[in-house]
Write a protein that binds this ligand. Structure first.
Ligand code: COA
Length: 386
């Protein structure tokens, strides 16, 4: 029986304060530390955004240089971790691979317990930021090495001459693509970086609230992000576009799927009800990818996605979320579909770690109540009497 006091899925519940990002569903806006994501994505870079999310202010030129220098210094996963990755089952989901790799790095990292209740000194923001930077610097190498392992190819070491985004392409494909492609990827990283108390961030905060270590919190975040109702939707969108097949089938496909009461991936959002603030920017960059790739296949995905979007809005009034344009944009960049959600991890690690730090700076154990609806209390009978 439903209890009227229960807020199923914690919908509408304010669980804590945050100064990291603000979602305003009424105006479809999202700001990180007060800056509109559209501006950060189109006029700034993911490196500046990561700095902003952790430090609360945009960097000056000198601060950005210093931040980049430190990030490059932190690059380079251990040989032991490379061997662990080389031992992974090639059929395993890439999210399981990155979850395991980050967890492995956690047990290697001598500083892992610093900053949380796991160390005798307790909360230490500087230590937590150092670890956060280390995860941000090394996760791309993990994801790239895992990709190359699945391809049966050798891992490619990081190149200190390249930016964070360029270096990721270099480690995956052995080359840096056209600037338009790198920019589209960088834009997606900015847009995916942070989104208040979404499921994976809340998971990370719950774990942090026990004063466990920051790696445990982020590994938990990866687990939550894997689900198709959350980050896994960007993969599901691409599978849907493949299933639809052709633009002239898109409208009927959508109407039939809705009649069958299917959940359409890449549409809907718990917080936004009339459009996701990140979608217009990502859709522009998806289109730029289509124009850059300039193939019939790319144009086909673009046309199909326009028709699916229009049909869904017309039939149900449900709008696309960020995963809808991001999925096909990643596909056109050459990433295999199961790799899309690990790409999301590379970006969201900034948001997760900022939230862990914020949680620990004013910590209260997260422990809600439940409305019990099981059997009333009864007498225990010894086994012979049952
Ligand atoms: N396809 C079809 N119908 C959808 C839908 C979708 N993607 N999203 C919401 N709806 C419908 C629901 O069926 C429900 O209809 P009903 O009232 O007739 O039962 C109504 O809209 C409310 O949806 P609900 O699932 O209760 O909203 P929610 O806040 O719990 O769910 C999501 C939000 C994101 C989980 C949901 O929209 C969804 O599953 N989307 C697809 C997965 C996705 O893209 N996830 C990425 C999110 S960024």
């Amino acid at each position: 029986m439903a209890d009227s006091d229960v807020r199923y899925g914690l919908a509408g519940v304010l669980a804590d304060d945050t100064a990291i990002s603000k979602v305003v569903p009424e105006t479809n806006s999202l700001t990180y530390r007060g800056y509109a994501v559209q501006d950060l994505a189109t006029r700034g870079s993911f490196e500046e955004t990561a700095y902003l999310i952790w430090n609360g202010e945009l960097p000056t030129k000198a601060q950005l240089e210093e931040f980049r220098r430190k990030e490059r210094e932190e690059r380079g996963i251990s040989d032991d971790l490379k061997n662990v990755i080389a031992s992974f089952n090639k059929d395993a989901h890439p999210m399981d691979m990155v979850r395991t790799s980050l967890s492995y790095q956690g047990q290697e990292d001598r500083e892992a317990d610093l900053g949380s209740g796991m160390s005798k000194d307790g909360f230490d923001e500087e230590a937590l930021r150092r670890i956060a930077l280390r995860m941000y610097a090394r996760l791309p190498e993990m994801v790239a090495a895992e990709y190359r392992h699945r391809q049966g190819a050798q891992a490619i070491p990081a190149d200190p001459a390249l930016t964070w985004s360029e270096n990721f392409f270099h480690m995956c494909f052995g080359e840096v693509p056209a600037p338009e492609v790198v920019k589209c990827f960088d834009v997606s990283m900015v847009l995916y970086a942070e989104h208040s108390f979404n499921a994976s961030t809340f998971t990370a905060r719950v774990i942090a609230s026990t004063t466990s270590d920051i790696y445990s919190a982020c590994v938990g975040g990866i687990g939550a992000l894997k689900g198709p109702l959350h980050g896994g939707a960007n993969e599901a969108v691409m599978h849907m576009l493949k299933e639809v097949g052709e633009p002239d089938k898109a409208r009927d496909w959508m109407l039939t799927a809705l009649k069958e009461k299917r959940k359409i991936m890449g549409f809907g959002h718990r917080v936004y009800r009339s459009g996701d603030s990140r979608v217009p920017t990502m859709t522009d960059y998806f289109k730029k990818m289509v124009d850059t790739v300039d193939t019939d296949e790319a144009r086909k995905y673009w046309e199909m996605s326009r028709i699916l979007d229009d049909t869904m809005v017309e039939a149900k009034g449900i709008y696309p979320n960020l995963d809808f344009p991001a999925g096909p944009a990643y596909y056109l960049m050459g990433f295999p579909i199961p790799m899309f959600t690990p790409l999301f991890v590379l970006s969201r690690i900034t948001g997760w770690t900022a939230h862990v730090i914020e949680q620990l700076s004013n910590n209260k154990l997260i422990r809600p109540l439940s409305a019990y609806n099981g059997e009333s209390q009864r007498d225990f009978l010894p086994i012979e009497e049952r």
